[in-house]
Design a protein around this ligand. Sequence first.
Ligand code: ANZ
Ligand code: ZN
Length: 819
Amino acid sequence: MRAYQAREIESKWQRVWDETGVHRTDPDVGKTKFYTLEQFPYPSGEGMHMGHVRVYSIGDVIARFKRMNGFRVLHPMGVDAFGLPAENAAIKRGVNPRDWTLNNMKKFREEQERLGISYDWDRYVATCLPDYYRFTQWLFLLFYERGLAYRKKAPVNWCPDCATVLANEQVENGKCWRCDAEVTKKELEQWFLKITDYADRLLEGLDRLPRWPERVKTMQRNWIGRSEGAKVTFTLPELDDEQVTVFTTRPDTLYGVTYLVLAPEHPLVDRLIAGKEKEGEIRAFIERMRKESEIQRTAADAEKVGMDTGAVARHPLTGEEVPVWIANYVLMDYGTGAVMGVPAHDERDFQFAKKYGLPIRRVIRPRDGELEEPLAEAYTGEGVLADSGPFDGMDNREAIRAISEHLAEKGLGGPAVTYRLRDWLISRQRYWGCPIPVVYCDSCGTVPVPKEELPVLLPEDVVFDGKRNPLTTSESFVRTACPSCGGPARRETDTMDTFIDSSWYFLRYADPKNDRLPFDPERIREWLPVDEYIGGIEHAVLHLLYSRFFTKVLYDAGLVHVDEPFTSLLTQGMVLRDGAKMSKSKGNTVSPLDIIERYGADTARLFILFAAPPERDLEWSDSGVEGCYRFLGRVFRSVTGHEELFRNRPDARPEKGPARDLHRRIHRTIKKVTEDVGERYHFNTAISAIMELFNAISEYPEDADRGTLADALETVVILLAPFAPHLSEELWHVMGHEASVHEQPWPAYDPEMLVEEEVEMAVQINGRVRDKLVVPAEADRETVEQLALNQERIKNHLSGKTVRKVIVVPKKLINIVAN
Ligand code: ANZ
Ligand code: ZN
C-alpha cells in the first residue's frame, strides 16, 4: 500500500501525456467527430479562479468520455488576449502591453496545465498575435467587400480629459470611470458592422437550437426585439408639407392621435423651432436631454418630460392638425425617432397627456361594454374601433392590418418592422486591439488594405499617456502610402472591439496554423459545428450573438457550411461561497492553486463536479473538498494495497454469493455512470454511483472471489478516468496495464446483470418462523427490516409487544426479538 501523493502523480502524468501526445487530436477520420469547447479566458494577470476550474473540468469530462466512447474529439484552448487592462497597465506602470499580456498568457496556461485538462495544445490560439489578428483583419475586409462594414457619424460617449470614446459600461453617473471628468456626447466617424441585416435570420436560427437553454434564447430574442407595426407619415404645414414618419405597433389607434412627439435629436426639430417664441428655452431643454443616457430616459419610472415646439403636424387620414412636442422618452435611434401620441390607449402617452393637459380621444371600445368616463387609465386591451371613420366597428386586430394597408395604398406609410438591435459599433480609440485595415487617401478616399499586405501590425513607437489613442502618436503607423494610387495616405487608427476577435476563434481551432486563410473550408467541414459549447450566461447577448452573426456571414460567403456555430450550449452556474458569488471584490475567493497544492488537481476537479450539476450554482465547501480528497486517497490505497492481486490476476468467478452481488453492482454502476455522463451531464450523481461501488468493494469479504474484486477495482478506476484523470492513470498502471487509461474503450455493461433478483427470506419472532418475505436481492438491511415489520401477520403477532432487536441474516432470515 502506498500513500496518495497527488502532486507527484499529477506532475508525472502531465509530463508523460505531454511527451506521448495522448491529448492530441486523433488523426483517424474514420471516427465520428465531436467538438467540445470551453470559452477561452481573458488572461487578466490574476490567474485562474474557481469559475475557470469549473468550466474546464466540465469540458474535460465530456472530452475524455467522448474519446473513450470512440469519438474523434477536438478539445482546444486559447486566449482572448486583446483588451483594455493591458493598456491600462501600460499607462499606470509603463509596461509594454504586449509583454504584459504574453507574460499573463504564459502564467495562465501553466495554471491550466496543472489542472490536467486534455487540451490539444498544438491548436492553441492567441487573438493578440499577428498570425491570428491578420485573419481578423482579413475577415473585416470580407465584411467590407460584402457591404457589411461601414463608417458613419455616430454620437458616442466622449471623455474630454482622456480624449477617448468610452463604452456605455465605462460611464458612471455621467462621469468617466477613470478620471471622473464629465462625459459628453460627441459625433464621431465610427466603424460599424451591419448586424441588423441579419436580425431576422438571427431570430429564426434560435428556433433550430433545441439544445440551447431557453433562457439564453429568450435573452437574444429580446435583445433583437423584433416589433411588427406600421409607419405612418404625417406632414408639417409650416415646413412646406415636409414629411415626418412615426413608427407604431398600434396603427389601429391612428384616429386617436392627439399629438406627435419627436426625439430631441430629431433632424427636423431645429427647423421646427427656429424663430419660435420659446426657441431658447427649447434648445436648453434639448441640451439637457442629450446628456441623459438612454437608460435614464426610458426607465419605466423615469419622469416623462417634454416641451411643445409650437408647431403642428397634419394627420394623414383626417387632415386634422395636432401639436408637435419633443420629449425625453422618445429615442432617436429606435423606429423613426418620432411617435404618435395616443393617450387613450397607451399608458405612457396617458401620463404624458395628463401631465401636460393634452386631449385624450378614445377609439377602441371593449367588446362587451363602454369605457368609463373619464378614463382613469389608458385602455390597452382588445376591442372594436370607434370614432375611426370608415373603420368604425372593425375588430381592432383586423384594423391593424386594414389601416396599414390603407396607408400603403395611399402612399402614407404602411406595414413596417422595427428592431431593437442596432448595428455593432466596433471602433475603439485604443492601442491594444486589432487595427482596422483601412487607409485614407486624399485622392482615393477610404481604401481597404489589400489582403496580401496583411497584417497591419501594431507599431511599437507609441506613447501611452492616457490622454489619447496611442496609435495616433506613431508617425510610422499613421503615415503610409495609398495602396491604390501610391500617394501619401493616413492609416485608420481605430482598433476593433475585442468581441470581434472572439467571434471566430472557434473556427480557427479547426485549422490553427493556416497561413493563407483564416481556415480552410474543408477543415471547417471536418469539425464544425461545435457539438458542446460551455461558458457563462454573461455572454448570452454579446459573444453568443456576435458569433452567430459571424457564422452566418461566413456561411453566405461560402466559407463555412453551417449557419449556426454551436449545436448545444451549456451555461455553467456560479461558484458561491457562503451564499455569495466568489469574487475578488467580496474577498471570499478560494485560490485554485492553493487547492491544487494541498490536495491535487484531481480533488479540485472531483469536488467541483460532485458538488452540483453543471448548470446549477455550486456552493464551495472545505469539508466537501476534504471528503473528495479522502475518497481518492481510499481508492488509491485500496488499489495499491492489492498490487499482488493484479500481478497474478485470477479470472473472475462471479456465479454466486458476494461475488455475484458485486458483479451485478459493477454493471449497474457502469450503466448509471454512462447515462448520467453521456446523456444528462449529471456528473454529480455519476460520481456518487462510483463512490457507492467503491463502498461495496470495501465491504467485500476477504474470502470471496478475488477475480471479481479485481474487476470491481478496475471498474472504479476506469469510470473515474474522466473525473480524476491523473489518479486513474497511475492506478491503471499499478494494475499492470501498459497503455493509457484515457485510450481505453469505455466499459460496456451486461443488461442481463441489471435484472433485479429476488430472494425469499424467513421472518422469525423470537426464533420461531412466522412468515415469509420476498425482497430484492440487493435490498439493504434497513429496507428488509422495514418490510418485515410491516407484514400484516407480523404486526398481528407483535401487537402488545415491544420490539427489542432485529437480526438480519442477508438473503436468509430476519429474526425479531420482542417481548
Ligand atoms: C402609437 C401607440 C398607440 C403605440 C398605442 C403604442 C400603443 P415596441 O413594442 O417597443 O416596438 N415608439 C416608437 N418609436 C419610439 C421611440 N423612438 N422612442 C420611444 N417610443 C417609441 O413599441 C413601439 C411603440 O413605442 C410604438 O407604438 C410607439 O408608440 C412607441 F396604443 O405608437 B406606439
Ligand atoms: Zn490614393
